[in-house]
Design a protein around this ligand. Structure first.
Ligand code: NDP
Length: 287
């Protein structure tokens, strides 16, 4: 194996430790950081995500308020709760765990969150801010990828590099492309209709795969020495976690690569915690 393995677990720990120090400094000024987490229904994966977010809050020293609502909660009830949390001055961030039950309108729920408390970065105001280069909350997974590139490959200068992002979803691919543009990369966004994907990918100095299909990115997609970031989380037939990238063969030729698990995954929570800090600093310090 020749590639450097980018350790997302270690980098996310580093970010959480930095936030812990910043949180203590806020507390000395009498300021608390509070995240409200809403879970509707009892999807097991969502329960795990929510538990991990609460644990991260505890570790850093934030308060977390937890609202676990039954599956048959009405939209009106959920919107009422969001409205109440929007108006509470002690609450800095509001997170509604997705996916919501089928009878709920996810867009309407996201739009109901006060953009200054939208720590997931999904509200159209925050998406628009990213588009035009204004201050706002950035979707946590793509923000985490930027940190992985900067901290995990410190000698990489993103500016001017060819970056191919595979995937164009609202939560990963699209914001990822805007963030890489902000870093002055030359950005190509590929998707399911892209022709000659291996050829397109082979141009890249940096490949970011966010497809959701196990092993679609092989050594035939990767230029020797390229940095490969694997956002995908998939399960193999025997129940193991794996990414979109064929790790064994790509790590033979890539310059640096993220593993799954232990790459992008841990970064998402770290960046959520960072957004919570930013929200508190904005609300309570006027930053
Ligand atoms: P979506 O399903 O919303 O988007 C997938 C994208 O991949 C689409 O744009 C689709 O194209 C494209 N695509 C599908 N098949 C191909 C193909 N064969 N070749 C090229 N492009 C293809 O997924 P998400 O963006 O929400 O998530 C992507 C992956 O990242 C998933 O595995 C998800 O679990 C993971 N993820 C991981 C996170 C983490 O914390 N590590 C957080 C969020 C997501 P088209 O638009 O044309 O349909």
């Amino acid at each position: 194996m020749s590639a450097t393995i980018i350790d997302g677990k270690a980098i996310s720990q580093q970010i959480k430790d930095e936030l812990k120090v910043k949180c203590e400094a806020l507390k000395e000024k009498g300021i608390e950081v509070t995240l409200a987490v809403i879970l509707v229904g009892s999807d097991p994966a969502s329960q795990v995500y929510v538990r991990n977010k609460k644990r991260a809050c505890e570790y850093i020293g934030y308060n977390s308020l937890s609202y676990e609502l039954p599956e048959d909660t009405t939209m009106d009830k959920l919107l009422e709760l969001i409205e109440e949390l929007n108006s509470r001055s002690d609450v800095d961030g509001i997170l509604v765990q997705m996916p919501l039950p089928p009878h709920m309108d996810e867009k309407k729920v996201i739009n109901a969150i006060d953009p200054s408390k939208d720590v997931d970065g999904f509200h159209p105001m925050n998406v628009g801010a990213l588009m035009v280069g204004d201050k706002g909350f950035v979707s946590c997974t793509p923000a985490g990828v930027i940190q992985l590139l900067k901290r995990g490959v410190p000698d990489l200068d993103i500016s001017g590099k060819e970056c191919v992002i595979i995937g164009r979803s609202n939560i990963v691919g699209k914001p990822m492309s805007l963030l890489m543009l902000r870093e002055n990369a030359t950005v190509t966004v590929a998707h399911s209709r892209t022709k000659n994907l291996p050829e397109v990918c082979k141009r890249a100095d940096i490949i970011i795969a966010a497809v959701g299909k196990a092993g679609v990115i092989t050594k035939d997609h990767v230029k020797p020495g390229a940095v490969v970031i694997d956002v995908g989380i998939n399960r193999t037939d025997d129940g193991k976690l794996c990414g979109d990238v064929k790790f064994d063969e790509v790590s033979e030729i890539a310059g640096a690569i993220t593993p799954v698990p232990g790459g992008v995954g841990p970064m998402t929570i770290a960046m959520l915690m960072n957004n919570c800090y930013e929200a508190a600093a904005m609300h309570k310090l006027g930053e």
